[in-house]
Design a protein around this ligand. Structure first.
Ligand SMILES: NC(=O)C[C@H](N)C(=O)O
Length: 321
């Protein structure tokens, strides 16, 4: 018999039509009642929140991490988090950064509401429970299980606003798949390294994402600094390029800058002059490999919380691990 904790947080999987729009209102017990619990699996439920994932703030996220820790301390074999899809890639990745345990934490959700004629939530939840209770999911860190495929949190991104095949990990691919009611491995187990994170904190340091677009100036970067940003992530062009104005602003900005790309797939590398990545690197920016800007923001925030004076060192080590 395996024990799984279901942590319900809201999202479309918990949403119904209400006053002309959809709203997360269903409890974990109501969501669980829509699916078939795998044989030999006992599920305990914690209602952590009942919100659209677009509404999360730092205190909610840290409270969720504490609930996950509590579940693991209670001795469960795995945790399933039902979550809105809009920010699942960020929250699952934040969880992965803090997760240092062989037992799986599996995020899932739905693209169609609970009261839809053909909802996808019941099958997704049933799959996630299977994954969380299967030894094949151990030593794989935090996973996102959706539409029969399971991706590690790192690299996973929402690729369709409404389709039930909502997630992929561009350039990486799934590590497990569900077929015929069984979990099948597609890649050897590997658990990413964790970073120290004090989950009793109320918030993490402020990190803002600055998008690059043709003709962008340094207005957004300066307002982020004015608002108190302790670190910046660039959603840069191509393989990590900006422009001469941004390079100048970054040289003088006084906070760590992590360069990522606005392109969905592939690493960033310092290559070009004239405002490109080579100039960004010389201006002191760090390059975030193939992390999306949203996941890189979590990494920089956690690194700043753990090592306020040397987050770059922590990030370099984490990226190299
Ligand atoms: N499909 C979903 O779950 C989207 C929803 N807006 C959310 O993120 O909460």
């Amino acid at each position: 018999m395996s024990l799984v904790r279901l942590l319900a947080t809201g999202g479309t999987i918990a949403s119904r039509r209400e006053s002309g729009g959809h709203r997360a209102t269903a409890t974990g017990a109501e969501i669980l009642a829509t699916t078939t619990v795998p044989a030999d699996c006992r599920v305990s439920i914690t209602d952590a929140a009942t919100v659209g994932s677009f509404a999360w703030q730092w205190p909610d996220l840290l409270a969720l991490l504490r609930r996950i820790d509590d579940a693991l301390k209670d001795g469960v074999d795995g945790v399933v988090v039902t979550h809105g899809t809009d920010t699942m890639e960020e929250v699952a990745f934040l969880t992965a950064l803090a997760h240092d345990d062989p037992r799986p934490v599996v995020f899932t959700g739905a693209q169609r509401p609970l009261d839809h004629a053909a909802p996808d939530g019941p099958a997704n939840l049933g799959d996630a429970l299977l994954v969380a209770s299967d030894p094949l999911a151990r030593e794989r860190g935090v996973l996102v299980s959706f539409d029969g495929r399971v991706h590690p949190a790192r690299g996973t991104t929402k690729v369709d606003t409404l389709s039930t095949r909502g997630f992929t990990a561009p350039g990486r691919g799934p590590v497990l798949r569900l077929a015929g009611g069984r979990v099948q491995p597609l890649a050897p187990a590997a658990r990413p390294s964790a970073l120290p994170l004090d989950v009793t904190a109320e918030a993490l340091p402020r990190v803002d994402v600055i998008p690059l677009y043709v003709g962008a100036d340094d207005t957004l970067l300066r307002s982020a600094l004015h608002a108190g940003s302790e670190g910046l992530v660039l959603a840069a062009f191509g393989a990590g390029n900006a422009n001469p104005t941004l390079v100048g602003a970054i040289r003088d900005c006084g906070v760590p800058v992590l360069v990522c790309s606005r392109v969905p797939s592939g690493p960033v590398v310092p290559m070009y002059r004239g405002g490109g990545g080579m100039d960004l690197a010389e201006a002191g920016a760090l390059f975030g490999e193939d992390l999306s800007p949203w996941q890189a923001r979590m990494l920089l925030a956690v690194a700043l919380a753990g090592a306020p004076h040397s987050p770059e060192e922590l990030i370099r080590r984490w990226l190299a691990a």
